[in-house]
Design a protein around this ligand. Structure first.
Ligand code: NAD
Length: 483
């Protein structure tokens, strides 16, 4: 696919109450690999969000609200099968829209199918408890949907994030209003079409693309929604929480990170190496769980530096459709932000700068993956989320210092420990402040089943796994006094 004119549907439309509608205004759709505008998307307004919330409320009162858990699960399972049939088309759409290399986009489409499969299968397995209480009582809990859930999604992994949040929300019987990112919403629209084909009743999923400060703000502050799932940056997460808080609406915040991998002197370096680099450069480092800090025991730091630099030397950066190791950044703005951080590198040593291939258009948003080494854990590049293909190696002297550096940024999303020492693995898993800690791996290959989320500046609430089903339901306690 060269541009969106090849799509079999109109990228400018939004889905409200089961109907594809034009928005009164549009936004340009850019291909990050070329910097070229290749189409338009809807610029949904506050009025469109009102209509979408109304449609979702009506769906809750109608067929969708009355569907059994089994019926809801079957819709998701049918959608999962349809996604698998369309992996290539979805991957090409995402590669065009986000700029991610085709095989990484393909993995996202497969992950979307897997989320739908997992939540489709789980829908009828979620249940409450009975609670032993006083004589003459029967007490039990019900897990009920919040009602209408709002989903505000970023541009970096649209398919995966939609799968994990909308998938879980629908499985538990909520009706959803999805506001995808203005930088990348094509696969959100394709997903909505797939859900329709799978038999999702009208209004159970509404999709309103648009600007964050318009459609996003209207959704997060809407009095008609009952829960907001927000994935994005910390500052915007704060705004969303504030807006939802005005109506006491609960919010899940999946924010950013500065995730460390900690390499001890007894680590299996050959096993670690692909993860040390891969977790930093995947999706050009535009990953919430990107491992941007590599903390290395001082006895290993030269070896790790050399080995990572050698890997960087082999990396190729270029257009998404060329399917190289790294694609462009999402936008000129993101390139400017990452470039700004690199200008502040100061005394940090540049160990490697990877190649941008000659065929990468000058107008694309490319930045050479950069490996840095320093000693100061308080350096701005060691503390702030860069959201680009930049990794920093920092040495530590002992376990206590490793933990202090790991916990020293205020973020707490993901971390990993590379060591053969079992007692140390256990200690660090307890001491590191993060939503996920991996031992001798990083990311567990995506792990749809594994609860995910942050502590501190990385947010709160959990998505993925069964935990998300709890998050998208409200627990009701029923106490029956029968004597
Ligand atoms: P962003 O916060 O700018 O945008 C995210 C979404 O919020 C977009 O849909 C945007 O339109 C919307 N938005 C913007 N302003 C809004 C407002 N005032 N009210 C309501 N919605 C608004 O983030 P981004 O630049 O798109 O994404 C990058 C950030 O997302 C990074 O910090 C990254 O770490 C984080 N992220 C986190 C996870 C996770 O699971 N923890 C996953 C992916 C990305």
């Amino acid at each position: 696919m060269k541009d969106v004119t090849e799509l079999p549907w109109d990228s400018r439309q939004m889905l409200i109450a089961g109907h594809w509608r034009d928005a009164s205004e549009t936004l340009p759709l850019e291909d990050p690999s070329t910097g070229r505008v290749v189409g338009e998307i809807a610029r949904g307004s506050a009025a469109d969000i009102d209509a979408a919330v109304d449609a979702a409320r009506a769906a809750r009162q109608g067929v969708w609200g009355k569907a059994t858990a089994l019926e809801r699960g079957r819709v998701l399972l049918r959608a999962s099968a349809l996604v698998l049939e369309q992996v290539e088309a979805l991957a090409r759409m995402e590669a065009l829209d986000v700029g991610k290399p085709l095989s990484q986009a393909r993995n996202d489409a497969i992950a979307l199918a897997r989320y739908l499969e997992f939540y489709g299968g789980a829908a009828d397995k979620l249940h409450g408890q009975t609670i032993p209480y006083q004589e003459g009582y029967t007490v039990y809990t019900l897990r009920q949907p919040h009602g209408v859930t709002g989903h505000i999604v970023p541009w970096n992994y649209p398919m995966q994030i939609i799968g994990r949040s909308v998938g879980a929300a629908l499985a538990t019987g909520n009706a959803c209003v999805l506001k995808p990112a203005e930088e990348a919403c094509l696969t959100a629209l394709a997903f909505a079409r797939i859900m329709q084909q799978a038999g999702l009743p009208d209004g159970a999923l509404n999709v309103v693309p648009g600007l964050g400060e318009e459609a996003g703000a209207a959704l997060s502050g809407h009095p008609g929604i009952n829960h907001v799932s927000f994935t994005g940056s910390g500052p915007v997460g704060g705004l969303v929480q504030q807006a939802a808080g005005r109506h006491a609406v609960p919010v899940t915040l999946e924010l950013g990170g500065k995730s460390p991998q900690i390499v001890f002197e007894d680590a299996d370096l050959a096993a670690a190496l692909p993860f040390l680099v891969g977790a930093g450069i995947q999706n050009a480092g535009q990953t919430c769980s990107a491992s941007s800090r590599i903390l290395v025991h001082h006895a290993m730091v030269d070896r790790v530096s050399e080995a990572m630099a050698a890997r960087y030397a082999a990396l190729k950066t270029g257009p998404a459709m060329s399917d190289l190791d790294v694609g462009p950044l999402i936008s000129a703005r993101q390139k400017h932000i990452v470039g700004g951080y690199l200008e502040q590198a100061g005394t940090l040593e540049v160990l490697a700068r990877a190649e941008i291939v000659a065929e990468a258009p000058d107008t694309g948003h490319y930045i050479a993956p950069t490996l840095l080494r320093g000693t100061d854990p308080d350096h701005v590049l060691a503390r702030e989320e860069i959201f680009g293909p930049v990794q920093l190696i920092l040495p530590f002297a002992d376990e206590d210092e490793a933990v202090a550096i790991a916990n020293g940024t205020g973020f707490g999303l993901v971390a990993s420990v590379w060591s053969e020492n079992g007692a140390r693995q256990m200690r660090l898993a307890q001491q590191i402040e993060a939503g996920q800690v991996f031992v001798n791996n990083y990311g567990a290959g995506g792990g749809v089943e594994l609860p995910f989320g942050g502590v501190g500046k990385s947010g709160h609430g959990r998505e993925k796994g069964f935990e998300a089903l709890y998050g998208f339901t409200a627990l009701k306690t029923v106490a029956v006094k029968h004597g």
